[in-house]
Ligand binder design. Structure first.
Ligand SMILES: [Zn+2]
Length: 388
């Protein structure tokens, strides 16, 4: 094969081939490590010089280019142009490598980057409703939120002006994420009799389920998962978390311990907050070519969680719209979503920022769900205590 053929090959695949090999330590990616473990041959790693199981750098580069081609198009082929300028943001392959090519060792990163063919610029794929919609790896939640906060509030499943290359509507984003909830094992069964704690400021009211349960609909305030006028049962997994969620000022609290009345399914995102208050949802490697479509979904849930725990000044009425995107997600999981076996969810579990390790439960029921009859009851009041 002549130099020209090698160049043409590199052009079509996006990188120049090399005979170098890298070990799992240098790559530092869990998915690449799995691939390396399947390989029984011991070679010298060209980046740390240790003898170990290795992978060809061509394999890493091939997977990186598959990632790029999944989410990006060559601008020259698909980006609209006006007066000789691209109308959408473009990036060259070095910039994409800086954004996404996460390998542990710098010398491996620099080597991989140098192997890439730098003569194309890329733009994010445009939506094509004739084919499957491709979502950007990063902007799914931002786009969802932006449309609901600043463009459309009530008719987000259709827009008569929607065109071929507009961003996907909020409803199609929800539909896309809902198809992947079980892939991530986000649905969890909470057994009957599970204790939940809910506090109310003060002590000067009757100690009844009506007074300590979900607020009556007509006084339900705007909240993270429910708009004003729609009441949900907000609670915590334990006494300490419950108090740390409400305790902003010195005050007396009345805390009810409730128990769940039957087995219930929840969207459980509670285990994904670490000690440093960072969200660490299951990572999908950019090298995992079979699951690239899961990357935007994973990031959507990470950004959703981060918004759920973001502080909003509740007194500032002009900022109430900040709650809308998380309220829409909760309502979608309450009324539209069903598991693959057709079951409804009863609520969402999310991690507490106030008490790391603690969990918050929002149950999809108002005051009626805190009272008999058993058929429609979600939780029943077990014990009550006052805290000064
Ligand atoms: Zn190495």
């Amino acid at each position: 094969m002549g130099m020209n053929d090698l160049y043409l090959d590199a052009q079509s695949q996006g990188y120049y081939e090399s005979d170098k090999n890298a070990c799992a330590c240098c790559a530092g990616d869990a998915f690449i490590t799995e691939l390396i473990e399947k390989n029984n041959e011991i070679k010298q790693c060209d980046f740390c010089k240790k003898r170990a199981k290795t992978i060809s750098v061509n394999c890493i580069l091939e997977r990186f280019m598959r990632f790029i081609c999944f989410f990006y198009d060559r601008a020259v082929e698909s980006c609209p142009v006006e007066h000789g300028e691209y109308l959408l943001p473009t990036k060259d392959v070095y910039e994409l490598a800086d954004d996404y090519l996460n390998v542990k060792k710098d010398n491996l990163f620099e080597f991989l980057k140098d192997q890439l063919v730098l003569d194309e610029v890329y733009c994010e794929k445009l939506n094509d409703y004739g084919n499957e919609i491709v979502y950007s790896p990063l902007w799914m939640w931002n786009e969802f939120s932006r449309q609901l906060k600043h463009e459309m509030r009530f008719f987000f499943w259709r827009n008569s002006d929607h065109t071929f290359h507009d961003e996907p509507l909020p409803y199609s984003i929800l539909f896309e994420i809902s198809k992947n909830v079980e892939f991530f094992n986000f649905v969890k069964k909470i057994p009957e009799g599970t204790s939940l704690f809910r506090a109310r400021s003060g002590n000067n009211f009757p100690h009844t389920p009506q007074a300590l349960g979900a607020a009556p609909d007509n006084i339900a305030p705007d909240n993270r998962m429910s708009p004003a006028g729609i009441s949900l049962f907000y609670s915590s997994s334990d006494f300490k978390t419950c108090l740390s969620e409400v305790r902003e000022s010195q005050s007396t609290f009345t805390v009810g311990e409730w128990v769940t009345c039957h087995d219930m399914l929840f969207l459980d995102l509670s285990q994904y907050l670490n000690q440093e208050n960072n969200y660490h949802l299951p990572n999908i490697s950019i090298f995992d070519s079979d699951n690239l479509d899961k990357i935007p979904i994973r990031n959507f849930f990470a950004d959703f969680l981060s918004d759920v725990n973001k502080k909003i000044d509740r007194e500032d009425l002009s900022k109430r719209y900040e709650y809308v995107p998380t309220q829409v997600v909760a309502e979608f999981f309450r009324h539209i979503y069903r598991t693959s076996s057709g079951e409804k969810l009863s609520g969402i579990i999310y991690p507490s920022c106030q008490n790391p390790g603690g969990k918050n439960f929002v149950i999809f029921c108002g005051q009626r769900g805190c009272l008999p009859p058993e058929r429609t009851q979600f939780v029943k009041l077990k014990t009550i205590q006052t805290v000064d």
